[in-house]
Every structure is written in C-alpha cells, then in structure tokens.
Design a protein around this ligand. Structure first.
Ligand code: GLC
Length: 452
C-alpha cells in the first residue's frame, strides 16, 4: 500500500497538468486554486516533522530528589518542548552510591544517561575522566553571571564548564525556637553553646537528645565534618598547595567535639549510622534540640503534617570558642551532558529550562531548594515563604568548598573511613587522623606524579 505522502508528487503533477488545461477558467478562480494548493502543500510538508518520534533524554537522580521534578516540572518542560521527553530514573538515596552508578555507567562505555545530575563535588572527577561535554562555548558569560560564583566555580575544571547549577546548598543549624524562647536563650553561636544548651534542655526533660548530625560513613559525614573543621579553624586539603590538615590540633579538636557529643549523651549513639533523613525525622518528632542539615529540611519541618511546624529556628553553622569563623559546607546540584549523548542540543535546552530563574522559583516554592540564581534569594514570593533566604545568600557566598580536586571521591572515602573509625572508637582520634592524613598525602602525590 502507498503511503499518502509517497503518491503526493504524482498527484501534484497531474493537478498542475489539469491546472494548465484550465487556462480558460477565470483568473480569480485560478488564483483561488493556486492558493488552496499552497496551503495544502504547507500542511503536508510539516506532517513528517510533527509525526517524528520525540527525543527522550534520560536523567538519573537520587530517589528523595525525584518528587519535585515529577510532580510538575518534567511536564512543564515537555509541554514547552514538544519534541523532547525527559525520563527520570530513580537512583539510591546516598550520594556516593549514586556517584557509583554514574561511574559504572561511564566506565562501561555508552552511558544510558544523556543528562548527568552532578553534585558540586563531582565535576572535577567526571570532567578529568572525560565523561562530560564542555559547555563553555555554549553558555555565555552573561548567562553565567546570574548564578552564585561558588556554584559556578564548582562546575568548572581546568577552564572548562561541565554543569550548570540547578540549585545550591549549604549546611545549616536548626534549633527548637519554642524551647529556647521559653528558656530565655538566644540561638547558640558556638559548638560549646550547643553542648551547654543541649544538656540543660535534656536535664529539664524538654527533649531526649541535644544535637543530631550525620555520622554514617558516607559523603554526608564529610560535608558535616568540613563545617566542624572550619569552626575549629582547621582545614582538610588546601587545593593550591595540596597540604593535608587532618592531623592538625584543630582537626583533632573537631573530632573530639563530635565524639564528646556521643559520650556525653547529647547525641544518640546511633548518630554514627545516620544520614540526613534519619536526623530530620527524629528532630521532626520533637526528640532533639538541635539539628545539622541542609535547607531542604525547612519545608518538611514546617509542613502541615509536622509536629514541629512553627517551632523551629534556623541559623548559619556555628564556630568553636577556639575558632574565629564558622562555615557552612557548600553543596548543590547541577546538570551536565554525558559525552556519549547523541542529543546535545535537546539536553542543552533542558539544562537552560531547569536552571532558569522561573523554573528554579517553582522548585524553591515547592521543595525549599536553595537558589543558584542570585536574584531569587530576594524575590518577594520566595522571601514571603522563606524569610531566612536573604540571609542564606550570605551563607552560600561564604560557604566552604570540599576540596575541588579530581581525586575528591578517593580523598572523601579516606576521610569517611577514618572519621568513622574514630567516632565509633575503633581507633584513637590521633591514630585515625594520622593515617587519614598519610593516605590522603599518598593519593595527592600519586595524582601529582601522574600529571607531571
Ligand atoms: C546534599 C548536598 C550535596 C552533598 C550531599 C551529602 O545533597 O547538596 O552537595 O554531597 O548532601 O549527603
């Protein structure tokens, strides 16, 4: 059977022939016929484009991140880009397991994912391995200037640009405002005050636990530890000199602080197995006075079904009495394109859509994301819902980066292992942090030798 479009040229020819024979037909009628013919041709010529299969872009992300995307945003994207479909694949909750999934896919060759949802710490590794497209020629300096510099910095590697930030992140301290107000206490400014206030509220039986943090051996513990280190005046890796600071007195004091919260009963013994969501749930149940977590927790803690709704305050991460400045760890997520994707143009359209100010605003209002588009921190609707966002911009601007080095995943793995050993009393803090330092130094030296 002939497809109607296959026989169209033959028909057209015979119609033209008949038109010629119709030269005695009045001019007006002929013009009308030609006009009709043009309209018909236009319709038939656009048919193949309309009937073409849409391009499907695949994107893997951790399961708790999926709902805000699949609720409205994927549909909004597909509606405004009729030739593109976006398939979100749910990955594991913990970010390092998600990283392992991407890594395995890339190592096997043809990654099934076109878009890559990149944690701020992954760009150097993924770029150095050649897994991502360099977008520096596609994104103009004007476009980049609307994002927070720290988020853009975390997207670059050796002059290339490998992701655009969809959202930023910065560790925060949540506190029970209702309990502190009742006790006439201001929010703590130091780790030592967290300990003192916790003990007081625990003694009064106002709460079971004082302070909740992420102590499981995974990436979240590295992010949490960066903040305690900063607060005690220490550092992990100096990315310029590649000096490692994990066995310095400041770092040992930071480990001691965390260990003491457990030994004094301020933090539950289970804290060494907790990830973000474990700590958020316990705090949301009203069982603790303080919580270290990312800003996403705010919307959940203040949700209609939360017993903590309206009872929580939030401040930037504190410092130690012995340190000079506290610091939040910079987190955040962005989209890059897999080198093997056959749909670069469509993927770029998706990246522009999801990183745009309008779409970020939807994500923020819905899920409490932290903007990477700077204007949004002071947007009237955003501030009406989250009054702390103008303050959060300052926190993001001052946030501490985890070392932006290509061997970050291994460096983090070393820290996670030895920190966990020290927190669970498998090794003394001195011994653990000495070994962590030496292993990290060996790793960085091997990287240096490879480059030279
Ligand atoms: C958050 C942060 C991310 C960090 C992770 C650790 O998702 O945005 O940067 O690596 O938490 O669990």
């Amino acid at each position: 059977m002939h497809h109607p479009l296959d026989i169209f040229p033959m028909r057209l020819f015979s119609w033209l022939e008949s038109l010629r024979n119709l030269r005695y037909v009045p001019k007006k009628v002929r013009l009308l016929l030609v006009g009709l013919l043009c309209v018909l041709s236009a319709v038939l010529l656009t048919l193949p484009a309309v009937s073409q299969q849409p391009v499907t872009l695949k994107l893997l992300m951790s399961a708790p991140d999926v709902p805000p995307w699949t609720k409205h945003m994927v549909k909004a994207f597909e509606d405004s880009h009729p030739g593109i479909r976006l398939q979100i694949v749910e990955g594991p909750n913990q970010v390092n397991l998600l990283e392992d999934m991407y890594t395995t896919a890339f190592l096997l060759g043809n990654s099934p994912y076109d878009l890559v949802n990149l944690d701020v710490i992954w760009a150097p590794k993924f770029a150095a391995a050649g897994w991502l497209m360099d977008l520096s020629q596609d994104i103009s300096a004007e476009e980049l200037a609307t994002f927070s510099p720290a988020d853009v910095e975390g997207s670059k590697y050796q002059g290339g640009l490998y992701r655009l930030p969809v959202r930023s992140d910065a560790g925060m301290l949540y506190y029970r405002k209702d309990l502190l107000d009742a006790a006439g206490l201001a929010p703590p400014q130091t780790f030592e005050e967290i300990e003192q206030i916790s003990k007081r509220l625990q003694d009064q039986k106002a709460v079971r636990w004082g302070y909740l943090w992420q102590g499981k051996q995974y990436e979240g513990s590295a992010a949490m530890f960066v903040e305690v280190l900063q607060g005690f005046g220490g550092f992990w890796v100096n990315s310029d000199t590649l000096e490692v600071g994990l066995d310095r007195p400041e770092a040992l004091r930071a480990v001691d602080f965390l260990r003491n919260t457990i030994s004094q009963g301020i933090s539950p013994p289970g804290v060494t197995t907790y990830v973000e969501e474990d700590t958020r749930r316990i705090f949301q149940n009203g069982e603790a006075a303080f919580l270290r977590n990312w800003p996403y927790a705010w919307s959940l803690l203040n949700g209609d079904d939360s017993p903590m709704k309206g009872k929580v305050g939030i401040v930037p991460m504190v410092r130690s009495q012995s340190g000079t400045e506290g610091g939040s760890c910079l987190g955040g997520w962005g989209l890059g394109i897999a080198k093997t994707s056959k749909h670069k143009q469509e993927a770029l359209q998706a990246i522009r859509f999801f990183t745009s100010e309008a779409v970020q605003k939807e994500f923020i209002m819905d899920a409490g994301y932290v903007p990477s588009q700077r204007e949004l921190f002071n947007d009237a609707d955003v501030v009406a819902k989250y009054s702390h966002y103008p303050e959060l911009l300052k926190v993001v601007d001052k946030a501490v980066l985890r070392p932006p080095i290509a061997q970050y995943a291994q460096a983090s793995d070393i820290l996670q292992r030895y920190l966990s050993a020290a927190l669970t009393n498998q090794q003394s803090p001195e011994e653990a942090m000495k070994q962590a330092t030496e292993e990290t130094q060996r790793l960085l030296e091997a990287g240096r030798a490879q480059r030279s």
